[in-house]
Write a protein that binds this ligand. Structure first.
Ligand code: GGG
Length: 356
């Protein structure tokens, strides 16, 4: 029985597509162990939204989907996208409406090289890489402004505008500078103001303006191409990296690969004001090539669940999860295939829970 004093959190679960449905149950298993230990409970409402629904009913989620999610304290999402449904349809039909409706303008993506991981990158030594990518999550290059004309003719044209607003960039920068200050103070801004003539000089200008309010934070800026190279060659030199929507997405996938596998990487789509639920999801996609085989790496989803607990105020429980992730990698040789092992998702999860 649940203690009367136990805090209950309502969690909306959206497994989504492909391996999304395989990595959320392990995250739930871990959450339930911790709830019991740390005196909270979670009640789940599961939504079968995604590409299969789109193919059956013509929409990734129902028309009142956002209203239904509004009731939740947090959302845990697996993955979206599957062959047969264009990727822009699946993303714009589910993930992006949730991010925007709930004003989740910060996409937080931590990257660590854990002990026991063989990074493909020479400069990525365990324990030395601990980076957080702070990605803008509501505007920038992910915009509906533009259009297509003259479909099928030789003069066919597609135009795509990026949208950067003073308010949207400033609130993200304030979050990133505050985080950098809390972590001990280093921030790198990803730009491309040598080639992108309007939006990126504006971005740089706003970074310089906001930096003046955070004199304790040492900051610099790098063009995204050079930054990508340095992320591979010297990942340990970075701490907090703030980036636009597209740059942040690319950089965090790259960083996750540097850390050993994109299967480990978590993400938090945060509404820092807490007016709306925030959403937590592994960085990886639906991985149709391995879906249904029971071999997906659950760590990205489990770490995302830790970020969710942290957001819900259960910091110690969140730390238990990241400690268990570190322990399963450092103290055992149980690994899923993306990490060079042959354990199934269930075997890897069981081993982690043993160490929790
Ligand atoms: N786990 C979430 C997922 O399926 N992501 C796939 C993807 O393409 N995401 C793009 C984005 O985060 O903007």
């Amino acid at each position: 029985a649940i203690d009367a004093m136990t805090t209950n959190h309502r969690i909306a679960l959206i497994p989504g597509d492909g391996i999304g449905a395989e990595v959320l149950p392990p995250a739930q298993q871990v959450l339930d162990v911790l709830g019991c230990r740390h005196g909270f409970s979670l009640s789940y409402t599961s939504y079968d939204w995604g590409c299969e629904r789109y193919l059956r009913q013509g929409a990734m989620m129902p028309a009142d989907g956002i209203d239904r999610l509004r009731e939740a304290d947090a959302i845990l999402l697996g993955a979206v996208g599957y062959p047969g449904v264009p990727d822009h349809v699946s993303l714009w039909g589910l993930l992006i409406p949730i991010r925007r409706s709930f004003r989740q303008y910060v996409n937080l993506r931590p990257i660590r090289v854990f002990e026991g991981i063989d990074s493909p990158v020479r400069g990525a030594r365990p324990g030395e890489v601990d980076v957080v990518v702070v990605r803008e999550n509501m505007e920038g290059e992910y915009s509906e402004v533009g259009g297509r004309l003259n479909s099928g003719f030789p003069d066919e044209i597609a135009v795509q505008e990026a949208v950067f607003t003073r308010a949207g960039v400033t609130r993200l920068l304030d979050y990133a500078f505050t985080l950098a200050s809390r972590r001990g103070g280093r921030l790198t801004s990803a730009t491309k103001s040598n080639g992108i003539i309007h939006t990126m000089p504006f971005w740089d200008q706003l970074v310089t303006e906001r930096a003046a309010s955070f004199p304790q934070v040492a900051w610099d800026q790098e063009h995204i191409d050079a930054l990508a190279a340095k992320f591979v060659l010297e990942p340990a030199r970075f701490d907090v990296v703030v980036a636009s929507n597209l740059f942040g997405d690319i950089l965090s996938d790259l960083a996750a690969a540097v850390a050993g596998s994109i299967g480990i990487a978590p993400a938090a789509n945060l509404n820092p004001e807490r007016d709306f639920p925030s959403m937590f999801e592994p960085v990886h996609g639906s991985a149709p090539d391995i879906a249904g085989k029971g071999i997906a790496n659950p760590l990205g989803a489990i770490w995302s669940a830790a970020m969710m607990l942290d957001h819900l105020g259960h910091r110690a429980a969140a730390r238990d999860i990241t400690d268990a992730i570190a322990a399963v990698l450092a103290k055992t040789d149980v690994r899923t295939r993306d990490l060079g092992g042959c354990a199934t998702t269930a075997e890897f999860t069981d081993k982690l829970i043993e160490l929790l």
